[in-house]
Design a protein around this ligand. Structure first.
Ligand SMILES: NC(=O)C1=CN([C@@H]2O[C@H](COP(=O)(O)OP(=O)(O)OC[C@H]3O[C@@H](n4cnc5c(N)ncnc54)[C@H](OP(=O)(O)O)[C@@H]3O)[C@@H](O)[C@H]2O)C=CC1
Ligand SMILES: CC(=O)[C@H](N)C(=O)O
Length: 269
């Protein structure tokens, strides 16, 4: 199955497409000829993204304002697609948030929001749309995990654990859905130059020049290539792939020493 064989008026649903990587996924799926349903919790941002993509690619783009951390967000989004008779062939679970802090110190509402958005809603979207895709005998699900899925480090405990969950979930459901014509891929990037961590543009430019960060365009291209070629997971970037097996080997005393010394440790508070 390849994206060039997609059905007429097939729709790609991308969560968190008002900015960053999600916006690039949306543009690149529109370039492949998909109609789009793009979702975020910034009404103006998502409407602007839709207008830009519609103008550039001439496909149908529906913007939808939703808080995907809400209790019934996944079911509500699925029902919306059913009511609108959208044939969702590609689901990109991209919406995400980030904070850097100790679990015992951070506001519990931030923890809950991250868990609901990354874990609950994403899992249920895979459940609802995976069920329709398997009944139809085709479909693609891309879940945004992260290189942090292998990094159980202080400050990113909840973020890393949710991304680790998404990596595991993706691999398991890939093998549940594979023989029914549905492909599932976990995309596990290192640092990407978006607004996720409030890093200044100056530092982003420097990090891009040094090859520490990747542009969201490039990341989205690599993610979609992995999805449409049926790969179970991708860790884009050579340095990131080298770091992944080493991350879990760093001894606790070294991790704690870095925590004590690092200036960035108060970031986000
Ligand atoms: N940037 C990086 O280095 C990396 C990012 N990732 C993952 O990639 C994904 C995209 O991140 P990135 O593009 O960098 O970050 P951005 O902050 O640019 O994009 C996040 C998107 O998620 C949306 N979103 C956040 N909260 C909600 C919510 N409650 N309901 C609906 N939409 C929501 C945002 O919408 P709005 O702004 O309108 O609220 C935005 O469109 C995330 O899952 C992130 O964890 C993974 C590895 C590396
Ligand atoms: C913290 C990371 O490793 C990664 N850049 C991410 O944002 O997921």
């Amino acid at each position: 199955m390849s994206s060039s064989e997609r059905t007429d008026r097939a729709t790609a649903l991308i969560t968190g497409a008002s900015s960053g990587i999600g916006y690039q996924y949306a543009r690149q799926l529109a370039a492949r000829g998909y109609d789009l349903l793009i979702v975020s919790n910034d009404a103006e941002g998502i409407a602007n993204s839709a207008a830009e993509i519609r103008k550039q690619y001439g496909v149908r783009v529906s913007p939808l304002y939703r808080d995907l951390s809400a209790e019934n967000a996944a079911e509500d989004l699925y029902r919306y697609c059913e009511d609108e008779r959208l044939d969702v062939e590609v689901l990109v679970n991209n919406a995400g948030v980030f904070f850097f802090d100790d679990l015992a110190r951070v506001d519990s509402r931030r923890i809950e929001l991250m868990l609901r958005l990354h874990v609950r809603t994403t899992t249920l979207l895979c459940h609802y749309f995976g069920r329709s895709m398997q009944a139809r005998g085709r479909g693609y699900i891309l879940n945004m995990s992260s290189m942090s899925a292998w990094m159980p480090f202080p400050g990113i405990s909840v973020y890393a654990a949710t991304k680790s969950y998404l990596r595991t979930l993706s691999l398991a459901i890939r093998n549940e859905l594979y023989d029914r014509g549905v492909r599932v891929t976990a995309v596990c990037p290192g640092a990407v130059a978006t607004g996720l961590y409030n890093l200044s543009e100056r530092y982003q430019r420097l990090a891009l020049r040094l090859g520490i960060m990747m542009t969201p365009e490039r990341l989205a291209r690599k993610g979609l290539r992995a999805l449409f070629s049926g790969r179970r997971r991708t860790v884009p970037g050579f340095v990131n792939r080298v770091f992944v097996p080493l991350a879990g080997l760093i001894p606790g005393p070294i991790v704690r020493l870095i925590k004590r010394k690092a200036k960035f440790y108060r970031y986000g508070r």
